[in-house]
Design a protein around this ligand. Sequence first.
Ligand code: AMP
Length: 210
Amino acid sequence: MNLILLGAPGAGKGTQAEVICEKLGIPTISTGNMLRAAVKEGTEYGLKAKAAMDSGALVSDEIVIGILKDRIAQDDCKKGFILDGFPRTVPQAEALDAMGVRIDKVIELAVDEEVIKTRLTGRRVCLKCGATYHVTSKPPKTEGVCDVCGDPLVVRKDDEPATVIDRLKTYHEKTAPLKDYYEAQGKLVTVEGTDTVAGTSELMLKAIEG
Ligand code: AMP
């Protein structure tokens, strides 16, 4: 089963992808995580991607299509995969179609924009081990310190309030048109993403099976 999770930044795609990945036994492919790893390692495309990522803009279609193509060619994707954060533009969706990748369903996680802003600006991350927290909904045991490894927690550069506004603008301009793209292919299902994590996962799994 090949799935796409669609939704604004902060809609909860990453969290839901983890749950669905475990339930269905297929890997999640997050282009955002792959790009962040590349930035950390200082690879050539990481260096190219960093400025765009820090400012809330999109990385070029050419770079992300390249990394996605390499990733889905790997053995663990033979049974299927969940795409989290790709495609983010119509040309990326067209590239998937042109590669002959069959997509079974596109699940859109719909969340009110004010909720999204609160979620993103309250997010805290540990750069060492990757654990994520939220100042109100998932606080660490000690404020500002990672429960897992004890490193200090930080605000992701692209979660700063001004950048969040730019990311949402980019989403509306570049990514939201994908809803029409996949609606026209009869693949789009919309799920409300405001319930608890478990409640939303249940709705998503029903949408995937239905
Ligand atoms: P995410 O963690 O999915 O929100 O991605 C973080 C950042 O990585 C985005 O704000 C973009 O700058 C970049 N990025 C991730 N996926 C893509 C994509 N499919 N196309 C372009 N840029 C992307």
